[in-house]
Design a binder for this molecule. Structure first.
Ligand code: MN
Length: 449
């Protein structure tokens, strides 16, 4: 079973999780505004059939819910974390094939490349610096070891074949670029747009090897790659569109602002510049959009892809941990841990373990098994009724946070905080017994209305 974007769209349609919009929609602001409204309603994925000024349709909101994540991975939502953990532990290397659907059209004459004219690249939030490609799978190789990496980077269109891109300091791609730059050499990259959702999910991970190997393991079938036409790095053979290019060495230009996963505008930064050297695509491609400030960005980049390592870290320290969740409404900065506490102090140790699992994690709330970590009301209830500020709040000043969190210091540091909202050992069924009501499963309100 070889998946690509089109098969995923068929699958979504079968499950009633895809809506087609036939009215003409403008890629400048309008599509993003509609995607945001669909997000807020918790609605299905969207296929915009008719884009103003373009023959190419646009899809978005594909993976904004755990339900659609489950459809993408062929499992139920609660099984997603284990499926990802298994794939990370059992990677399967990609295979390189001579040809693939993405090479139906190959343009290497850079005079014929004009990204904005060719593709309905969306302009998203009101104060964005311009149109951005947001769902491109970046592949590049370590200039010293040759190891491949896959990552997302936001791409600001700066000219017909010129792109400005954001690379945080903790990115593998940044390491590769630093190494190439030290020798004053460009870094070859390839950007695949519109691929199998397993590849999109794997690319959201950070593992010390090629993320495409995780995608292969998720499918139990290796990802198919094609050699680059103008660069020394492979592209995804079954993608809708591929852009090849080179990152210039020792050049920095302003990039941003851009409406980010934090719900704020990522500031204007000085970042590297990329020159596009070739465009590969299917003869009738579909463009994949992803809302920068939308739910899909957080669920894909911060929730599903970081819960496996978070769970492993916390479980190692407190084996009676029952579940962990990175709350999407917290922009990926807020974590909830549910545990069977055996001894005082275990929540504090779990909090410290959670902080080490990813740089973004800033607030951690630990609760007992009677609290639903997926329900914000339940979490706030536990914090409100089961904590005693001075002894239950733990502060770690001066820790490294995420630079896109606008509340971090200019040097990137922040104070991280943990909240132990568990009750004292032995008191869950006495002093802290939670109110319950008789026969909640049997006497259903709807039967009485
Ligand atoms: Mn990586």
């Amino acid at each position: 079973m070889l998946y690509d974007l089109r098969k995923f769209l068929d699958e979504l349609a079968k499950h009633g999780e895809l809506v087609e919009i036939k009215k003409r929609v403008d890629p400048e602001y309008q599509a993003a505004t509609l995607m945001k409204q669909m997000d807020d309603q918790g609605g299905p994925a969207i296929l915009f059939k008719s884009m103003k000024g373009y023959e190419i349709p646009v899809v978005g909101n594909l993976l904004s819910s755990m339900r659609r994540m489950g459809i993408a991975l062929g499992c139920s939502p609660p099984e997603i974390r284990d499926k990802l953990s298994y794939a990370i532990a059992n990677p399967l290397k990609p295979v390189i094939v001579d040809n693939g659907p993405v090479k139906e059209v190959v343009i290497t004459d850079t005079k014929k490349i004009d990204l904005l004219k060719m593709f309905p690249i969306l302009t998203h939030a009101e104060a964005d610096a311009g149109p951005y490609i947001t769902a491109g799978i970046f592949t590049a190789k370590d200039p010293e070891t040759g190891r491949r990496n896959a990552s997302y980077n936001r791409l600001m269109i700066k000219g017909p074949s010129k792109i400005g891109l954001a690379i945080n300091i903790w990115r593998h791609l940044r390491e590769f670029h630093d190494k190439a730059e030290a020798k004053n050499e460009p870094l070859d990259v390839s950007i695949s747009i519109g691929v199998d959702p397993a590849i999109e999910i794997a690319t959201g991970l950070k593992v010390p090897f090629d993320e495409l190997e995780v995608a292969g393991a998720l499918r139990n079938e290796p990802v198919r790659l094609v050699p680059g036409e103008t660069v020394k790095v492979e592209a995804i053979a079954d993608a809708e569109i591929v852009l090849e290019g080179r990152l210039r060495p020792n050049v920095r230009e302003s990039e941003g602002p851009f409406g980010e996963f934090t719900g704020h505008y990522g500031h204007k930064w000085e970042y590297p510049v990329l020159d596009i050297t070739a465009v590969l695509m299917r003869s009738k491609p579909i463009y994949r959009g992803l809302l920068g400030g939308g739910f899909e960005h957080v669920v894909l980049g911060n929730v599903v892809t970081r819960e496996p390592s978070l769970y492993d870290m916390v479980k190692r320290i407190v084996p009676t941990t029952k579940n962990v969740h990175i709350a999407p409404y917290g922009g990926g900065f807020l974590v909830a841990i549910q545990m069977e506490k055996r001894n005082e102090g275990e929540p504090q140790n779990a909090i410290m373990a959670a902080f080490t699992s990813h740089v973004n994690i800033k607030y951690v709330i630990v609760v007992d098994p009677d609290v639903d970590i997926y329900n914000p009301r339940d979490l706030w209830w536990a914090v409100s009724t089961r904590t005693n500020g001075k002894q239950d709040f733990l502060f770690i000043p001066g820790a490294l946070g995420h630079e896109m969190d606008p509340s971090t210091q200019p040097d990137g540091t922040t104070t991280k905080m943990g909240i132990d909202a568990t009750v004292p050992v032995g008191e869950l069924n006495t002093k802290y017994r939670r109110i319950s009501f008789k026969n909640m499963d049997k006497w259903r309100l709807q039967d009485f209305l």
